[in-house]
Ligand binder design. Structure first.
Ligand code: BJW
Length: 226
């Protein structure tokens, strides 16, 4: 592999680390209504439910370890200095714990807290409560620093710039159901990148990819990186 490599990752890359995906059978959205826990309106209606959902996920993520797929991507970055960008939809920090450095968390991070009143951001404690005071404005308006439906994902300008200059775009472990991430393959291809989907099964956007590779990420990603 040579040239600039942009890699989009989703929940499937962390599945074999024991973190649940959203839309698979047994996924989080079979047990929770996304309108209740992944929208600003849901947070307004029942902040305690949302905080307990994310407190449990923060605890799960803290107990999880990177798997062979995360490690392989970190190795790819070490072997191609300055050429690899990971754009992750995941709110865990398994890419960083595997050794990846150039990681953009477009849907935020479990490790972050955000003030719904003034927009201040700080490091989240293991347990958060919505009436925790904001360290900046003191409003009791603490929420997880994650991107819910109807909100604009982080780092979008930087991500579009990377997609415009990518030579290779790989999508790993994402269902292709959520925008704008689901549109990245078309943008990268339009700009001349080779595109590959690496997933357990074909995603909703599989027909947009030039190449596909199906199987568990802990096997397919190390093979792809070799
Ligand atoms: C394995 C595996 C193994 C399993 N190995 N693989 C049309 C255009 C644009 C926007 C919209 C549109 N229509 C609607 C919208 C709005 C909306 C949207 O997309 N809705 C859809 C439901 C249709 N999008 C938004 O609101 C977004 N904001 C937005 O669009 O702002 C305006 C804007 C416009 C243009 C530019 C910029 C901005 C915000 C979306 C926020 C999503 N938030 C969540 C929660 C984050 C916090 C948290 O984690 O709780 O993000 S929802 C959830 O879905 C989470 C994920 O990051 C995201 C994607 O899920 P992912 O990662 O793909 O997981 P799954 O479960 O769906 O799939 C797992 C895959 O892994 C499967 O394919 C498995 O097969 C595979 N797999 N095991 C390999 N071992």
């Amino acid at each position: 592999m040579t040239g600039k490599i942009v890699i989009l990752t989703g929940a499937g890359i962390s599945a074999e680390s024991g973190l649940g995906t959203f839309r698979d059978k047994d996924g989080l959205w079979t047990r929770y209504d996304l309108e209740d826990v992944a929208t600003p309106e849901g947070f307004h209606r029942n902040p305690d439910l949302v905080q307990s959902f994310y407190n449990a996920r923060r605890a799960n993520a803290a107990g999880a370890s990177p798997n062979a797929a995360h490690t392989a991507l970190a190795r790819l970055e070490r072997d191609h200095p300055g050429e690899v960008v990971i754009v992750t939809q995941n709110v865990d920090n398994l890419h960083e714990r595997a050794g990846s450095r150039n990681v953009l968390h477009m849907h935020g991070e479990l490790a972050g807290a955000l003030c719904a009143a003034c927009g201040a951001r700080w490091t989240a404690p293991p347990e958060m409560h919505n009436d925790d005071p904001c360290p900046a404005c003191k409003a009791p308006a603490t929420r997880p620093d994650v991107v819910w439906f109807g909100e604009i994902p982080y780092h979008m300008d930087t991500i579009w710039e990377h997609l415009a200059t990518a030579d290779l775009f790989a999508s790993i472990g994402t269902s292709g159901e959520v925008y704008p991430a689901a549109a990245f393959v078309q943008e990268a291809a339009r700009n001349g990148a080779h595109t590959i989907e690496i997933n357990l099964e074909p995603s909703a956007t599989v027909s947009d990819f030039a190449e596909t590779c199906f199987g568990p990420a802990s096997q397919t990603v190390p093979q792809w990186v070799e």
